[in-house]
Ligand binder design. Structure first.
Ligand code: 3NM
Length: 520
């Protein structure tokens, strides 16, 4: 049976609005385009379950879509449903297969890579339901009640991919907290090269809606529509050599466009970062007032957001999340600096939460920080690189340039963003287009002043914000904008290094140097 898992409706009779009935919700959703239905009833009698299953089966048969029964193999057999779905504590899939024979669909709930691995090893299931993607009120006893986010889903997809290569694939749908506002994000972010979701499974965003037909149509439109998360197109090249004539074009554009860089950054670098932004020709906004973010992101055309994890607090995390979702909503670029992500597990967890909360355009860090983020990628378990040492903010890892680039590539691939790894040589990587640039470092005095790394984020923010100027004729892409920022920043550092021998005087000289280079 060729099953379409695209929009998988899982029923729940407890959340049907008063204005409707259970069967009407299911029928409306089927008529509006649900592609497969699972009858999930946790607290009704066997007799009622059978009657309900028979009625729902009439509806699904009319549309020629499969009916899957949750947990109850006996009910599935009685109504001759097309399949069953079992959880980890239900009847083992192997036994279900023995009872149901080879032609029925069997699905299994999985919450982590080892559960997926087990399904792969047993090799009797047709699909896995992987979750919980995001926190949900529908099922509160899941193994990951706060949600695995796309990061956790990608790790499960990696396990599935290993099994699926060159074989009849086990299909997969994601479940948990998916709705019309995040479905395109889920489909975009929950994918790795060679393995994507076959669909999404939803309960409340259809069953609890006043108009289940409209809710289903809306979801289908989102699923079939243009993915707003997609980055702008990029040309293909192996190693990108930055043309200095681009720099002039880009810096002029920053000034012409009135680029604004909204920073939510750490207490140590605020002043320096604001000065760097101004020197380049953009304007800094240092706002931690969440209430104004909607206005910024909606009303200011050339604005970007720099998120810096330097001095995080519990309250700041909420502000960060609000900022990410708001800037994502309006398609504005977010630059993420996971400061000291490798220093403590708590900081890595902050990074995980933020990376799960939305889509970053750029992740920038030193080798230690990007190596920490690498742990969150789907390839980490496979590639476990024992050489990678993490010791806080300092880049101490003795990694080869090739290993650094591979780590950056993995991060870029999973998080679908441009990655900048700073150091004596800076690496700028975009896995999607296979673009890679090496930018020579600035000056070693940059390592002796606070904020030289953080303020590179401001430079990137300035270039990336200006890139959004649609009136400009030059079509420089995101990757090129980032390379431009890294080039300017380091060239300015290098220039100062020739005149300055100590860190104190370096700071003002560096701001001047940036200004002069950007205003040539
Ligand atoms: N299984 P909603 S989450 C039935 O994580 C179910 O395995 C889950 O409901 C899992 O779409 C879930 O309303 C409920 O968030 C999902």
């Amino acid at each position: 049976m060729n099953v379409d898992y695209t929009l998988y409706l899982v029923t729940d009779s407890t959340m049907v609005p008063e204005s409707s009935t259970f069967l009407k919700q299911v029928e409306d959703s089927i008529n509006a385009g649900a592609t497969i239905v699972q009858l999930r009833e946790k607290s009704i009698s066997t007799l009622d379950f059978i009657e309900r299953a028979q009625k729902v089966h009439e509806l699904t048969k009319k549309k020629n879509i499969p009916l899957i029964i949750n947990d109850r193999i006996d009910v599935a057999l009685v109504v001759d449903a097309e399949g069953v779905h079992v959880g980890q504590d239900d009847m083992p899939a192997k036994l279900a297969r023995q009872l149901l024979g080879p032609n029925k669909i069997i699905g299994v709930t999985c919450s982590n890579p080892s559960e997926v691995q087990q399904v792969c090893d047993e090799d009797v299931a047709d699909y896995v339901g992987i979750g919980t993607v995001y926190k949900t009120l529908t099922k509160t006893d899941t193994k990951t009640p706060m949600g695995t986010g796309p990061i956790g889903i990608r790790k499960m997809l990696q396990t599935l991919k290993t099994r699926n290569t060159n074989r009849q694939p086990i299909k997969c749908v994601a479940i948990g907290g998916i709705n019309e506002t995040n479905v395109t994000k889920v489909l975009y972010q929950c994918s790795i090269p060679g393995q994507k979701l076959d669909g999404v499974a939803v309960v409340s965003c259809i069953m609890a809606k006043e108009d289940a037909y409209k809710a289903t149509v809306e979801l289908q439109e989102q699923i079939n529509g243009i993915v707003p998360w997609k980055k702008d197109g990029m040309s293909k090249f192996d190693t990108f050599t930055y043309n200095n004539s681009h720099l002039e074009i880009q810096t002029q554009k920053i000034q012409k466009a009135g680029a604004l860089v909204h920073h939510i950054t750490n207490n140590v670098v605020k002043n320096f970062s604001a000065n760097v932004t101004l020197a380049i020709g953009a304007s800094p906004i240092m706002s931690e007032l969440a209430e104004e973010y909607e206005e910024f992101a909606q009303k200011i055309p050339n604005i970007s957001l720099v998120l810096n994890l330097g001095t995080p607090t519990v309250e700041m995390m909420q502000t960060f999340i609000h900022a990410i979702t708001t800037y994502n909503k309006y398609g504005k670029h977010v630059i993420f600096d996971p400061v000291a992500a490798g220093a403590t597990n708590a900081r890595l967890e902050c990074s995980r939460v933020l990376l799960n909360a939305g889509q970053m355009s750029v992740i920038k860090g030193n080798v230690g920080e990007i190596s920490a983020i690498f742990k969150l990628t789907s390839t980490y378990e496979v590639a476990k690189n024992e050489e990678v040492l993490m010791r806080g903010v300092d880049s101490i890892a003795n990694l080869s340039e090739e290993s650094i680039r591979n780590i950056g590539y993995a991060v870029s691939q999973d998080f679908k963003c441009v990655v900048v790894i700073t150091g004596p040589t800076n690496h700028v990587i975009d896995a999607e287009s296979g673009s890679f640039a090496q930018v020579p470092g600035g000056n070693k005095l940059m390592g002796l002043i606070t904020g030289s790394g953080c303020s590179l984020g401001s430079a990137i923010g300035s270039f990336v914000a200006a890139k959004a100027d649609s009136s400009a004729t030059e079509n420089l892409n995101l990757f090129e904008a980032v390379v431009g920022a890294v080039t300017l920043y380091n060239a300015a550092g290098k220039l100062v290094g020739t005149k300055c021998s100590a860190p104190g005087a370096f700071v003002p000289a560096f701001v001047d140097s940036l200004y002069l280079k950007a205003n040539k």
